[in-house]
Design a protein around this ligand. Structure first.
Ligand code: MCN
Ligand code: CUM
Length: 806
């Protein structure tokens, strides 16, 4: 008879642990209409709140007439700043150390700003009520250009800060100035620039865009006046932090607040910050004693919630004649809109922009960032940005191209000779980071070989000749990017948000029959945590992933954590998960040794069991051990089997990638067609290759959108010209090209399972890659820099400006 004992491989496969492309467990719900989003929450007697918003970008609010609105059937209340003021809730703190009006307090600073909150019995009545509120405005001069905002006679935007020369991040040198943030050695960098063989200089603009998640932002607040308990459901990427903030600003004791993030239909950083709608739904529920829902529509989402980028980056890069980079200088003007509501760790007002030396061994560098107020919506850290790494990567990857032009060098070769070498890791960058691990040359060579780089260049040269000979009207562009990410904020000593250290957590509880529940301080918005974190536990403790429930987002049950953004879940909560698993494993070892009647040190872990060393036929499976934990009185060991870990990472992780894009541009129509896109990602140990591929596909498509068409644009009056999906480009399957994905694996040396984050990488690397491809097509005609998005009109204009239409 065949031996029925499963092989080691079969036992490993049965776990569906790390490295397996386990199918997403959440999709059973999502594909059958069983997701539970904020708008699915329906409570008895629930009311609906909606905002009156400003049509002006800068205006004084003189009178708000609410009488007519109150006559609308179903309207119960119209809340204004005057109502919130006695409660101290007319302004709220932002995550960036600034404060923001909850409802217009005397003036408005951007189009779409919240002016009054109408509470009614349903959404339609609320909308009618909003229409019936009349607001008298006195228009004020509008500033949409951050450079003009800094001129001496620019209008004062933030009257509340008038005369304040100190901001949250140091001195303010102008009434519209927020902060200056400096990193690196200014004098040394200027000296390098003065002496260099070659200096390339360029203004790199990364335009304003918006993540526009499928589900907009919303909340449901329910104040139970009998128990004194406030329950707040919302689209929160950081539910615990929201609970603490709500407690601090409302005075409600933290144990009486329960914050729940149910299913979230995409966050992309749009749902990190605190919005007026959250505050107003809470206030309205306290006032009316009924649950109150607020859910914004698409226009409101695009006009008023966290935008992304809007960085003007003036750069200088110095090199020897041979192309060895000797220094990098960058001055950034950061347009933060009407309030500084960026969601960065406290000590980093410009996020991790100081990773802008990228993948290169640049000995000397200097970065300064000036944050500036304008009459635009607040925000700034969103859209797979890894705390401004998107901007940093775009800057350096464009500067490398600009330098390559100046040196008349191949940009792939220029990168290669400047990469940080494998043996230099851990690498200390000139702007203050310690890169944990990397092998850039291997990734780069693999990528160039995979696409047949030399052949592509030969083909491109031929096509250029044909173009010049009038045989074709198409040009070919080859976009290159090698990016270095920094994710996993972060060591508590460096990174906090509102004073809360950026650790994360996991609690694992094993049930008597050998299945388990795990809870984390993070919250999935589509990343598939319920699938992947169970895989970490499966590999760590030998219980099949299918037998592990994973729960996130309920502050009454989950351990405290800082949430999901900055691709920090895997580097931080993933590490906590492994460490909690190891605590369980250590206790399981004691139980196994007791059951097997040997010393603790005489058993060892083997996939899903502990075996006696040298006697593999003597073992106890994790299932048996779990039962024993609840069934046997084991001397010196507490009953039960559970553990919690709060993990403070020693460093961040530094994923990287090599991307190559081949574009064909029609010079006469300005159309750009992606012929090929190759993306090699290295995120260290890979937990679920299929999920990683999904993250990369999604991120690349967002990168395509940003580079090739998306923009939040304003006219001089501060009117948002892109607040609908007719005007704001969202790629469909029609525009989305095929992607080839690949990987190398360079584990993080300090992470318990060697994993680095990946969710934001494809956007960080994708945008410069698409943009570089466009620029590369026009390089032979003298183009060094053109601003994104490279939509057909702009590409046509570029071609026209270069004389290609004559
Ligand atoms: N993963 C893996 N192996 C690794 C690294 C990650 O299998 N070595 C898996 C993780 O287990 C997780 C996913 O990949 O299931 C993403 O992990 P990670 O890179 O740690 O990122 P987070 O889970 O912290 O997600 C945040 C990140 C950010 S900041 C944005 S913005 C973004 C992104 O995720 N928002 C998203 N991807 C998104 N994907 C969806 N569907 N929806 C969003 O809102
Ligand atoms: Cu910067 S977008 Mo993600 O960090 O949620």
């Amino acid at each position: 008879m065949k031996d029925e004992v499963p092989t080691t491989e079969e036992r490993v496969a049965n776990l569906k642990g790390m490295g397996s492309s386990r199918k997403r467990v959440e999709d059973v719900r999502f594909t059958q209409g069983r997701g539970n989003y904020v708008d699915d929450i329906k409570l008895d007697g629930m009311l609906f709140g909606d905002f009156v918003r400003s049509p002006y970008a800068h205006a004084r609010v003189t009178t708000i007439h609410t009488e007519e609105a109150m006559k609308v059937p179903g309207v119960l209340a119209v809340i204004t700043a005057a109502d919130l003021e006695p409660l101290g809730l007319h302004w709220m703190p932002t995550l960036a150390g600034d404060k923001q009006m909850v409802l217009a307090d005397g003036k408005v600073l951007f189009q779409g700003q919240e002016v009054a909150f109408v509470v009614a019995t349903d959404r339609y009545a609320a909308a009618d009520g909003v229409e019936a509120v009349e607001v008298d405005y006195e228009e004020l001069p509008v500033v949409v250009d951050p450079f003009k905002a800094m001129e001496p006679d620019a209008p004062v935007l933030r009257e509340d800060l008038e005369g304040q020369t100190e901001g949250a991040h140091g001195p303010r040198r102008h009434h519209n100035h927020i902060f200056t943030w400096e990193q690196g050695d200014k004098d040394a960098t200027e000296a390098v620039m003065a002496e260099a063989d070659v200096v390339a200089e360029e203004m790199i603009y990364y335009h304003r865009t918006h993540p526009s998640p499928l589900e907009t932002c919303g909340s449901v607040a329910s104040m139970d006046k009998v128990t004194g308990k406030l329950t707040l459901w919302g689209t929160f990427q950081a539910p615990h932090a929201i609970r603490t903030v709500v407690s601090l600003i409302s005075g409600i004791a933290e144990h009486n607040i329960r914050v729940i993030s149910p299913d979230i239909g995409g966050g992309f950083g749009n749902k990190v910050g605190a919005y007026a709608g959250y505050v107003c739904s809470v206030v309205a529920s306290i006032v009316t004693g009924k649950p109150v829902k607020w859910v914004e529509d698409r226009m409101e989402n695009l006009m008023s919630t966290a935008f992304a980028r809007d960085y003007w980056m003036q750069g200088k890069i110095a090199a020897t004649k041979e192309g060895k980079i000797t220094g990098l200088w960058c001055h950034t003007t950061a347009d933060h809109g009407g309030f500084d509501a960026c969601a960065d760790p406290t000590k980093f007002p410009a996020g991790f922009m100081n990773i802008c030396t990228g993948s290169y061994d640049i000995p000397t560098a200097y970065l300064a960032v000036d944050g500036v107020y304008t009459n635009k919506a607040p925000g700034g850290v969103a859209y797979r940005c890894s705390f401004r790494v998107t901007e940093a990567a775009y800057f350096i990857e464009r500067m490398i191209e600009v330098l390559a032009i100046k040196l008349n060098m191949d940009a792939a070769e220029l990168r290669r000779i400047n990469f940080i070498k494998k043996e230099q890791f851990p690498y200390n960058s000139a702007l203050g980071w310690e890169y944990d691990s990397g092998d850039y040359h291997t990734a780069w060579d693999k990528a160039l070989n995979a696409v047949g780089y030399d052949d592509l260049r030969a083909e491109q040269a031929q096509q250029l000749e044909d173009f010049k000979a009038g045989k074709t009207r198409r040009l070919m562009g080859i976009g290159l990017t090698h990016f270095t990410e920094i994710v996993g904020a972060g060591p508590v000593k460096n990174c906090d948000i509102l004073g809360l250290g950026m650790f994360d957590s996991c609690e694992i509880r094993i049930h008597p029959t050998g299945s388990a529940i795990a809870r984390l301080g993070t919250i999935s918005q589509g990343q598939g945590h319920a699938t992947t974190f169970a895989q970490i536990i499966a590999s760590e403790i030998g219980i099949p992933a299918d037998d592990i429930t994973l729960e996130e987002g309920d502050t009454d049950t989950a351990p405290y954590g800082l949430g999901t953004y900055g691709s920090r879940s895997t580097p931080v909560a993933g590490a906590a998960t492994a460490m909690a698993g190891r605590k369980i494993k250590a206790k399981a070892q004691m139980i196994a040794a007791y059951l097997l009647e040997v010393h603790d040190d005489d058993v060892e872990f083997d996939v899903d069991r502990f075996v006696v060393k040298g006697a593999p036929e003597r073992f106890k499976t994790m299932k048996e051990i779990a039962f024993a934990a609840y069934n046997q009185a084991i001397p010196g060991v507490e009953p039960g089997l559970e553990a919690v870990s709060y993990y403070d990472p020693p460093n961040m992780t530094y994923p990287f990638g090599a991307y190559i894009c081949v574009l064909d541009i029609d010079v006469d129509t300005g159309e750009a067609e992606v012929r090929k896109f190759y993306a090699l990602d290295d995120c260290g140990t890979r937990i679920n290759p299929m999920i990683i591929e999904g993250q990369v596909h999604g991120g690349l498509t967002e990168a395509l959108a940003i580079a090739m068409g998306q923009e939040i644009a304003y006219d001089e009056m501060g009117n948002n010209k892109s607040a609908t999906l007719m005007d704001f480009f969202i790629p469909t399957s029609w525009e989305t090209p095929n992607y080839e994905t690949d990987h190398t694996t360079t584990p993080s040396p300090h992470h318990p399972i060697g994993a680095k984050g990946v969710g934001e990488s494809p956007n960080v690397g994708g945008v410069p890659c698409f943009s570089n491809a466009v620029h590369d097509a026009f390089r032979p005609f003298g183009l060094t820099q053109s601003h994104m998005p490279h939509d057909h009109w702009r590409i046509w204009k570029t071609a026209n400006g270069l004389g290609l239409h004559s």
